[in-house]
Design a protein around this ligand. Structure first.
Ligand code: ADP
Ligand code: ADP
Ligand code: ZN
Length: 214
């Protein structure tokens, strides 16, 4: 099963992608997590990506697409994967499509987690991230067992620099301009499915399971 998660920053793509990965036994591939891991490890890619991420801008397509095309050909992705945060532009979607065509493969579902902008600001302000294992929490809606500590790995949780309110608005603008057109793009390919992302996270997941099957 090959799945793409669509939706605004903070819509809950990552939260749902993790649950999908667990239930269906496929890897969760998050470009944001890959970039953050590169930044943490001080790689060349990380240095380049950081300048864009800190400003709430997208990392250029040419730094992004090859990375994903390479990742989806790893052995653990043979039975499928859930892509979270990629593609984010039409050129990225075209690049993915070209690569999949060559591999004789295709996307099964593009799931749009639909959340209005008003709800997003609230979610991002309360998001806390573990930069070690990629787990995400919310101070109200998905609190860790112990305040400020990652349940999975014990690392201290942080408010991401790009989750500060001034950057969130910019990211939302970037989303509407560059990423939202993908909704029409995947609708045109008959793989778009929309879920109501304003519900609580278990209910959003139930909607997704209805689409993907038990
Ligand atoms: P969120 O989950 O809040 O939407 P991500 O972790 O997916 O955030 O992305 C954080 C930042 O990483 C983005 O604002 C962007 O700068 C960069 N990024 C992640 N994925 C991509 C991508 N596919 N193309 C370009 N930039 C990306
Ligand atoms: P994205 O990957 O789309 O940027 P996340 O999955 O990181 O979004 O979720 C953004 C924030 O909102 C996180 O703090 C997360 O815990 C919280 N969250 C996710 N889904 C829901 C939901 N259905 N209701 C309330 N809060 C949620
Ligand atoms: Zn962790």
């Amino acid at each position: 099963m090959k799945i793409i998660m669509l939706g605004a920053p903070g819509a809950g793509k990552g939260t749902q992608a993790k649950k999908i990965a667990e239930k269906y036994g496929i890897p969760h591939i998050s470009t944001g997590d890959i970039f953050r891991a590169n930044i943490k490890n001080g790689t060349e890619l990380g240095k380049k990506a950081k300048t864009f991420m800190d400003q709430g801008l997208l990392v250029p397509d040419e730094l992004t697409c090859d990375l994903v095309v390479d990742r989806i050909q790893q052995p653990d992705a043979a039975r499928g994967y859930v892509l979270d945060g990629f593609p984010r532009t039409i050129p990225q979607a075209e690049c993915l499509k070209d690569a999949l065509d060559k591999l004789g493969s295709r996307i099964d579902y593009a799931i749009d987690v639909d959340v209005p902008d008003e709800n997003i600001v609230n979610r991002m302000g309360g998001r806390r991230a573990c930069l070690k294992c990629g787990a995400t929490y919310h101070i109200v809606y998905a609190a860790p067992k112990q305040e400020g500590i990652c349940d999975s790995c014990g690392e201290a949780l942080v408010l991401r620099d790009d989750d500060k309110p001034e950057t969130v608005q910019k990211r939302l603008n970037v989303y509407h301009e560059q990423t939202q057109p993908l909704i029409d793009y995947y609708n045109g390919q008959n793989v778009l499915r929309t879920v109501d992302g304003t519900q609580d996270l278990e209910d959003v997941f139930k909607q997704i399971v209805q689409i993907l099957g038990e």
